[in-house]
Every structure is written in structure tokens, then in C-alpha cells.
Design a protein around this ligand. Structure first.
Ligand code: NAD
Length: 476
């Protein structure tokens, strides 16, 4: 059984959980110790005790730690990518790409540790000097989802440590393998005792203990809207800083003047790659009348030809759905869309392979209306629906007509419409002639409305969440 990491000690527990491969449910990757309330509280205690010293550690020490971690992740990207593909079901090239990204994030924040800045200003009062500096927030609870098992933890843990905070990390139940590997790398890289702690276990126990503990100064959370709201409600009594990254129902508009082949590739990639299990997935395809039929025919052909299978097989393009619950939910949404009048134009059926896994041929549903459930709820699977519109104005209005606001895309060759869309899309990220999913690690990530709450993640903007500003006045 692989243990928890608390105060630099590996801790086993009486209860473990199997890490099951969604491409082959007979393949158990490993068993992972499950923390209860007491182990989680011990991790919070360790992080609390370690916070003052780590908060005053030198930028060189933080740089060196993060650099070492980043270098090891990159050096082991094939091996860690294989682990990721095995536990989450991303196909191997995508899994290696995600590991690569995690390594780059650590290297980016290694550099940021050396670039921390403040301001020195003259006061409006004669003779008085003013300094504006940034200090660590303290103990950060990191609560992560299963769909990016190493990149999301990396983009929370690396900046937390970079800016002098200590961390209690609770990964999602379905993906303990990458979380454990990351903890092992941090431990061997020399992270001081208590500065980083790993507590695996159920959200209702481990997550809830983090939420309830007043010693946790901030929580960086990614997951569903429902859990995000719980994080917010539980944090308010503590007046604690929170950062929530939640769901999406991301629109991709295809205008009549779009390059058809490019638009089909962008839609197929954005909607179905990574099995559609991305918060930035293009789940609503809003297509103008003049190109609609050609676009739908070409995309349906593309979708039917996508090779679904074992994530580690070389020919596979789309890996399995992550588990039985998500698989059943995806099928329910497809059935529900048909019942409400949608046409299943391609895919949408469970498929069998040599191993027992959660294989679903990506589903393209056409002739849908904006208010149908399939166009309102986040499915979080390889399912996309098409809404036919008359022109750009209607497309823009529909794109914005959602409680979510994470990513929004447009396929067009018109500078006029592209510029207007960049300005008017109510989303945190806008893509022109690019899939709604797939972002850089050195620029801000996040959304609006029900998709995000709090300051942005990633890039230099991460400093806003992971530090608190101090203004010091001096009369010499
Ligand atoms: P989830 O909300 O079920 O779980 C997220 C995390 O919260 C898990 O670690 C879980 O154990 C924990 N948790 C559950 N109950 C808790 C509680 N009571 N207290 C504290 N923690 C608790 O989400 P998921 O199914 O793991 O992930 C899928 C969701 O994540 C989708 O909605 C997706 O859109 C979203 N997501 C968003 C982004 C983004 O950046 N916006 C990125 C990836 C995934």
C-alpha cells in the first residue's frame, strides 16, 4: 500500500483504496492509503508549524527545490505519462504532454521565486517612505479533480511553494498514482518537513476536514460547481481566501466564412480529445446556416472514424471514460438528448474492446435547441451537440447565454467578427481558430460566472492568490 506523506514521514493507514485502470478494470495499478480526520488534521498541524520558517526561506532555496522537481518530472515524462494514462485513461501522447506541462510549470515557478517584486514609493507626507511587499498567505489546502491528475496539482502546488506557503494536498480519489509520484519527487528533492503534505482519501472526509479547519488560510480548489459552492460556504465563516475553478459549457461558433477543414479539426479536438473530460471542452457547437450541413457531415464522418480503445495502445485516439459512474452519466445524457428531439448523428454507443473498460464512441448530437438539457448541463464526456443559427449576432447571444464562462471559441476568416467576439465573449479565455481546450502554462487560466471564483491561476497572475500584500510606512 502506498502511504500518505505527513511532516516528511510516510504514513500507512488501516484502510486502502485500489487504483483501477479504466481501460482494463482487471488491472489494479496499486493500493493507496486513505486518510481519515486524524491524519488530515496531523497534516494541517505540520503545515501550520512549518509555515513561519518556509515563509522566510530564501528565494534561492525555493527556486532550487522547484527546479529539481521540474527537472525530474521532465526526465521521467514517459514513465509518469504511462502511469497517468493507466489511472485516468488519457491516451499516452496526451498523458505525456500533461506530464511535460507539469514539469514546465515547476520550472516556470522556480524562476518566479527569484523574480518576486515589491514597490518603494514616496509617501504623500513629507519624509515618509512607503514599501509595498508581498508575503505568503500561510497554509494552503489544495483540492484537485481527477481529469488532470498531475497538471492541476502542479499549477496549484508550484506557485504555493514558490511564494512561501505550505501545502496540504488532497487529490481526487480516482487518481492517487500521479499525486503520490509528485509527493515522492518533492520529498526526495528535499522539501522541508511539513511544507508539503499528501492526504489521499474521500472528499467528504479528507476534503471536509480541510474545509472545517481554521488553520487552513486559503483553499485552491478545482472540481464541480456543487463542491465549489461547499468550499465557498465552509470558508466564509473563517473569512478564508478561496480560488475555485469549476465547470464549463463552452461554445464553439462556426461562421459561414470559416475554413471548413480547420473548423472540423478544431471541433473534433476541442469536443472529444481527452475523452471530452476537460472543463474547457467544446460541448456546444453553434453553427451558422450556410456551413451547417457541410460542417455536420464532415464532423460526423470524422467522429465515426475516431479510434476508441485502451489508452496505452498506439492506435487509440480516444481513451476510456474515467469510471462506471461517469460512463452511465454520459449515456444518460445522450439518451436524454434524443428523447428531447436531438438526432444522434454519429457515435454515442458503448463499444467493446479486448479488455473490459469504459469505452464510448464519441457522440455528435444535431438538431438541438438551446434550452435542451444537453445544451445546459456540463456532461464532462465525449459528447457534443450542434445548434443551428442564422448568423453571427445570434451565435454570439447563444454563446453567452449560459451560467458558465470558462472558454469560448470561434472559427472564422473575418477579422471583424473575430475582433468583436474577443471583445464580447463572456468567458475567461477566448480562442480564434483554435480549440476551446488547450492553453499555455505561462499565462492566466480561469473563467467567469459559475466557472470560476477568485483570482486567476497560472502564469504571473498566480501571485495574487498565493500572496498577501503588505504596505509599510517608515519615518526615518
Ligand atoms: P468534484 O467536485 O467531484 O471533486 C473535486 C475534488 O473535491 C475531489 O478531490 C473531491 O474528492 C473533493 N471533494 C468532494 N467533496 C468534497 C467536500 N465535501 N469537501 C471538500 N472536498 C470535496 O469534481 P471532479 O468530478 O473530481 O472533477 C470534475 C469537475 O471538475 C468538472 O465539473 C470539471 O468541469 C471541473 N474541472 C474544472 C476545471 C477548471 O479549471 N475550471 C479543470 C478541471 C476540472
Amino acid at each position: 500500500m502506498k502511504p500518505l506523506l505527513i511532516n516528511n514521514a510516510w504514513v500507512t493507514t488501516s484502510h486502502g483504496l485500489d487504483n483501477i485502470n479504466p481501460s482494463d478494470t482487471s488491472d489494479i495499478e496499486n493500493e493507496y492509503a486513505q486518510a481519515g480526520r486524524s491524519e488530515t488534521e496531523a497534516a494541517i498541524e505540520a503545515a501550520t508549524n512549518a509555515a513561519p520558517e518556509w515563509g522566510l526561506s530564501s528565494p534561492q532555496q525555493r527556486h532550487d527545490l522547484l527546479h529539481k522537481v521540474g527537472v525530474e518530472i521532465l526526465a521521467r515524462k514517459e514513465e509518469l505519462g504511462t502511469l497517468l494514462a493507466r489511472e485516468e485513461g488519457k491516451v499516452l501522447p496526451e498523458a505525456i504532454g500533461e506530464v511535460n506541462r507539469a514539469g514546465q510549470i515547476f520550472l516556470f515557478f522556480a524562476g518566479e521565486a527569484l523574480r518576486q517584486q515589491g514597490d518603494r514609493l514616496d509617501s504623500v507626507r513629507p519624509g515618509v517612505g512607503v514599501e509595498v511587499t508581498r508575503e505568503p498567505v500561510g497554509v494552503i489546502g489544495v483540492i484537485a479533480p481527477w481529469n488532470f491528475p498531475i497538471a492541476i496539482p502542479a499549477w496549484k502546488i508550484a506557485p504555493a511553494l514558490c511564494y512561501g506557503n505550505t501545502v496540504v494536498f488532497k487529490p481526487a480519489e480516482l487518481v492517487p498514482g500521479c499525486a503520490w509520484a509528485l509527493a515522492d519527487i518533492l520529498h526526495r528533492a528535499g522539501v522541508p518537513a511539513g511544507v508539503f503534505n499528501l492526504v489521499m482519501g474521500p472528499g467528504a472526509v479528507v476534503g471536509q476536514t480541510i474545509l472545517d479547519d481554521p488553520r487552513v488560510d486559503a483553499i485552491s480548489f478545482t472540481g464541480s460547481v456543487a463542491t465549489g459552492k461547499r468550499v465557498a460556504e465552509a470558508s466564509l465563516p473563517h473569512l478564508r481566501k478561496i480560488q475555485l475553478e469549476m465547470g464549463g459549457k463552452n461554445p464553439l461558433i462556426v461562421l459561414d466564412d470559416a475554413d471548413l477543414d480547420l473548423a472540423v479539426n478544431i471541433a473534433a479536438d476541442g469536443a472529444f480529445f481527452s475523452t471530452g473530460q476537460r472543463c474547457t471542452a467544446s460541448s456546444r457547437l453553434i453553427v451558422c446556416e450556410g456551413i451547417h450541413d457541410r460542417f455536420v457531415s464532415a464532423l460526423a464522418e470524422r467522429v465515426s472514424a475516431l479510434k476508441v480503445g485502451h489508452a496505452l495502445e498506439e492506435t487509440t485516439q480516444i481513451g476510456p471514460v474515467v469510471d462506471a459512474t461517469q460512463f452511465a452519466q454520459d449515456l444518460d445524457y445522450i439518451e436524454g438528448a434524443r428523447a428531447q428531439g436531438g438526432v444522434l448523428r454519429a457515435g454515442g454507443e458503448a463499444v467493446e474492446r479486448q479488455t473490459k473498460g469504459y469505452f464510448l464512441q464519441p457522440a455528435l448530437i444535431t438538431e438541438t435547441q438551446p434550452d435542451m438539457t444537453i445544451n445546459c448541463d456540463e456532461v464532462f464526456g465525449p459528447v457534443a451537440s450542434v445548434i443551428r443559427v442564422g448568423g453571427y449576432d445570434q451565435a454570439l447571444a447563444l454563446a453567452n447565454d449560459t451560467p458558465f464562462g470558462l472558454s469560448a471559441g470561434i472559427c472564422t476568416t473575418s477579422l471583424k467578427f473575430a475582433s468583436d467576439f474577443k471583445r464580447k465573449a463572456q468567458a475567461g479565455m477566448v480562442m480564434v481558430n483554435l480549440p476551446t481546450a488547450g492553453v499555455d502554462y505561462h499565462v492566466p487560466f480561469g473563467g467567469r460566472k459559475a466557472s470560476s471564483y477568485g483570482s486567476r491561476e497560472q502564469g504571473r497572475y498566480a501571485v495574487d492568490f498565493f500572496t498577501t500584500v503588505k504596505t509599510a510606512y517608515t519615518l526615518p
